[in-house]
Write a protein that binds this ligand. Structure first.
Ligand code: FAD
Ligand code: NAP
Length: 541
């Protein structure tokens, strides 16, 4: 490979770059736009061939957002939110990807983006006070700042099943889906996994395939999406009231405009409690868990919601034994709640079979299919809906080295350590958007991304105005933040199950609850306070 040092001279850039941004999902796109607006010279490196991140990679059938589209969209530019028309309550992946492309066109983002370019290392050159970013083609680029917009759910997890290479059919991971349509018609298909990606894709695959085997290790709770085309009158009303709705959303724990109840399930008479669950079930969507304020704090309260959903599963699934297998026993909301379109009913179809691998794991992938419970299930296609190495995966895949050669892999060997989920001691001028230690995946990611981007842009502006060239969290501030994140996490029921929030889905990953669970408003307030105090807890020079 022909290694070269690129100081921003590609494509006619004559100046040294101020910032390298890694990733062209919603975070990287807005970061570039924001920095350009402030007059910084920035360049984005993206592994894929286009913008959109999650929505570029996750092209599996049925992929759509689980936060309503009128909320799962940018708000930084009013003209943008006024002109874009969402067609459905929960837009499907092609529409969200079109939106990302529209944003890229509208703000002319692509001229500072380099696609098909995977960053393999980022090393801080202390002598020059610059990051040296190396891409897979061997090129090196230097910049004062490096911003990781690499995504929380962007590093697919393909478990190391024995015999993987021997399978003669086609296989796909939901998070790395081909750009061409995959035709399941007349085929025998295996889906491994029953998380959100599986819950969305299984009903569609089942409608096309000759036979579908679903390998379930842990059943999941799903509430109905009741997805539908958006009523133009409703859209008009939303557009007229966007600022109010967005402001209301920012006051909720998740950054989603829901009616969160402040009533406790355990202080509500059973009939009224059921009526509230039923009302939210009929409405559909994630607001189901906002029915009572103690659902994620008390096991007994949580049990009332879990019982309600289990009851619904029993109503939907005709075979009682199958219904029991599909009914989760764990805490509802501990893993991310799925929203579904006909998921449980799919198991009433004669061409669908559920294989419970909770006690006996998948034994192997064979030449002809999947072996489990001593039986070989012969298939033409295997779909791995096995999730992601979440929150830390994409970052740790890059060889990131800070001061004194400190490797991120080394620093995070016992779990991620950050200040605010944005920066790390020992790694000057390096930022991560929605990193571990921030509310991130527990929220509507679009406003969360915008908040991080604005905050980071504010830091860079602050430094430029004062002639400062380096910023880094103090070890003590980081230590306190990590302690605070862990302490809050320990208080909720989300700590109790084997979820990807805890890294438990990846063998050998430290069991640490990664996102900040204190809620969006509290987090934003803390970030603003820190900025107002001249970036308290950071050392600037
Ligand atoms: P991403 O969209 O993941 O983009 C990161 C980009 O960085 C990718 O394009 C990747 O290729 C690139 N990258 C990573 N590493 C490198 C590297 N080393 N070199 C170069 N490029 C690199 N959130 C919600 O709030 N609501 C939803 O409804 C919702 N639905 C989701 C559905 C699915 C199927 C998935 C997987 C996630 C969903 N999420 C949802 C979370 C979603 O990831 C975020 O909402 C959001 O899209 C993240 O944007 P991002 O830019 O931070 O990261
Ligand atoms: P996931 O929730 O982590 O689900 C992965 C599934 O694969 C789980 O059922 C898991 O079982 C199973 N699995 C993993 N390894 C296995 C193995 N070795 N053997 C058998 N089963 C195995 O991943 P995901 O469904 O891709 O979703 C990840 C996140 O992305 C979601 O939580 C959500 O935040 C986001 N997402 C959102 C949407 C949406 O609705 N908008 C759609 C897709 C994804 P266990 O549970 O037993 O580990």
């Amino acid at each position: 490979m022909n290694a070269q040092t690129n100081v921003g001279q590609q494509d006619g850039h004559d100046d040294i770059l101020d910032v390298v941004i890694v990733g062209a999902g919603f975070a990287g796109m807005y970061m570039l736009h924001r920095l350009r607006g402030l007059g910084f010279k920035a360049r984005v490196f993206e592994a894929g061939s286009g913008v959109g991140g999650t929505w570029y990679w996750n092209r599996y059938p049925g992929a759509r957002c689980d936060v309503e589209s009128v909320q799962y969209s940018y708000q930084f530019d009013d003209a943008l939110q006024q002109e874009w028309e969402w067609s459905e309550r929960y837009a499907a992946q092609p529409e969200i990807l079109r939106y990302a492309n529209h944003v890229a066109d509208r703000f002319d983002l692509r001229r500072d983006m380099q696609f098909n370019t995977r960053v393999i290392s980022a090393v801080f050159d202390e002598g020059r006070g610059r990051w040296v970013i190396e891409t897979r083609d061997g090129a090196r680029t230097t910049a004062r700042f490096c911003i990781m917009a690499t995504g929380c759910l962007s590093s697919p997890n393909l478990p190391k099943f024995e015999g993987m290479a021997s399978f003669k059919g086609d296989h796909y991971h939901t998070g790395h889906w081909p750009h061409e349509d995959v035709d399941f018609a007349g085929k025998r298909v295996a889906v491994i996994g029953t998380g959100s990606s599986a819950v969305q894709s299984i009903p569609i695959i089942a409608g096309q395939a000759k036979r579908l085997y679903v390998f379930q290790r842990t059943p999941n709770y799903a509430v109905p999406a009741h997805n539908a085309p958006l009523d133009p009158a409703y859209v008009k009303e939303v557009k007229a009231n966007y600022p109010v709705m967005r402001a209301r959303a920012k006051q909720t724990m998740t950054g989603i405009d829901f009616d969160y109840s402040d009533v406790k399930a355990l202080e509500t008479p059973p009939a009224a409690r059921t009526a509230e669950f039923e009302k939210r079930w009929q409405r559909g969507g994630l607001s189901f868990l906002g029915a009572f304020q103690d659902l994620m704090m008390s096991e007994e309260a949580n049990g009332t919601a879990a019982d309600f959903v289990r009851g619904k599963i029993r109503e939907k699934v005709e075979d009682p034994k199958l219904a029991e297998l599909l009914a989760p026993k764990n805490t509802i909301g501990c893993k991310r709640l799925c929203i579904d379109i006909g998921y449980y009913e799919t198991f009433n179809r004669p061409n669908v079979e559920l294989i419970d691998v909770s006690e006996d794991p998948v034994e192997a992938i064979t030449e002809k299919g999947v072996r489990a419970k001593g039986q070989e299930y012969e298939v033409d296609v295997i779909v791995f809906a096995t999730g992601f190495d979440a929150m830390t995966g994409a970052l740790l895949k890059i060889d990131i080295r800070g001061r004194d050669g400190l490797q991120l892999q080394q620093k995070w060997s016992e779990g991620p350590r950050t200040y605010l989920g944005i920066a790390m001691a020992g790694f000057p001028n390096l930022f991560s958007i929605t990193g571990p230690g921030s509310p991130s995946v527990l929220t509507n990611m679009l406003p969360t991304i915008e908040q991080h981007v604005d905050w980071i842009a504010g830091v860079l502006e602050h430094m430029r105005e004062r002639g400062l060239t380096a910023i880094e969290p103090e070890a003590r501030a980081e230590e306190d933040w990590v302690g605070h994140v862990g302490e809050l996490a320990g208080r909720t029921l989300r700590y109790t199950c084997s979820s990807w929030y805890l890294g438990v889905n990846i063998p050998g990953k430290p069991r640490v609850f990664m996102p900040y669970i204190g809620g969006f408003p509290r987090y934003v307030e803390r970030c603003s306070e820190i900025a107002d105090k001249g970036y308290e807890g950071f050392s600037l020079s």
